[in-house]
Design a protein around this ligand. Structure first.
Ligand code: ZN
Length: 262
């Protein structure tokens, strides 16, 4: 690959500091640094991290402009993410930046904004086994994976999952307690690709597991921008610029040369 894919790994980074003896032991530098470490195993990426407590939530206009793919992990502090940050991220996704939303990020402001639904689900914390089945072995995100893999201890997420019908189903999970869940799904919004991937409860070492790291790495390659950046500005095309000669008929509330409603 001639040009590296620039990935920004965003982490809420609250649980790890609040629970240094448990969560902090599994993720000493924070979950975001472990996710970033997994991506750095591939030379295809240039990886940086960003956290909630940084200025502008670590996602300034400049950093987002230099980001091809953003990964998002949040849980207890979704409400503390500035709405302006959500606006900036949404704009970049529509322009073509990839967005990978992990685990409890299903309830983040940005995921709900992009999908437009509640994104609710059922859940249980019992450290049960999760078996993740591959729905589409031909998809770039599943390359190198067996027909299914297991995570020994995870939180259960179950249906119904309040998402719009996915463009593509990538994974389905089965849990020891019997529930199933659409645990890997994709959507296109504007020019940007979105992937949701379920695993990653903070009390288990999920982001150290090789299959999980492979999925995130494959997804970051899949989600990178394609084509040129299209900024959707709804421009007016004046009558004299129409490809065919026409005359104005009927009334208009717009003045000549007006660029649109703001
Ligand atoms: Zn969780």
């Amino acid at each position: 690959m001639s040009q590296k894919i620039r990935v920004t790994v965003w982490g809420e980074y609250v649980h790890e500091k609040k629970h240094p003896d448990t969560i902090g032991k599994i993720y000493p530098k924070g979950m975001h640094e472990t996710i970033a470490e997994g991506l750095r195993e591939s030379s295809d990426f240039e990886v940086r991290t960003a956290t909630l407590d940084q200025p502008e939530n670590g996602l300034t206009e400049k950093i987002l402009a230099e980001t091809d793919v953003l990964t998002w992990w949040g849980h207890c502090a979704h409400g503390q993410v500035d709405d302006k940050t959500v606006d900036r991220v949404q704009k970049r996704v529509l322009e073509g930046m990839g967005l990978i939303v992990l685990h409890s990020g299903h309830y983040s402001k940005i995921f709900k904004r992009m999908l437009g639904t509640t994104c609710s689900l059922t859940w249980r914390e019992a450290g049960e086994k999760e078996r993740i089945w591959i729905c589409n072995p031909g998809h770039p995100i599943t390359q190198g994976l067996p027909p299914y893999f297991e995570i020994p201890h995870e939180e259960m997420y179950g249906e119904p999952f309040g998402i719009p019908t996915p463009d593509e189903m990538i994974f389905i999970s089965w849990f020891q307690g019997g529930e199933v869940f659409r645990s890997g799904a994709t959507w296109k919004r504007g020019n940007g690709k979105i992937f949701y991937f379920r695993p990653g409860h903070e009390t288990y070492p999920t982001y150290h597991q090789k299959e999980v790291r492979l999925v995130i790495s494959n997804a970051a390659k899949w989600a990178r921008p394609e084509g040129s950046k299209w900024i959707d500005g709804a421009p007016n095309i004046p009558v004299d610029k129409a490809p065919e000669k026409i005359t104005v008929q009927g009334e208009s509330v717009h003045k000549p040369g007006e660029t649109g409603f703001k």
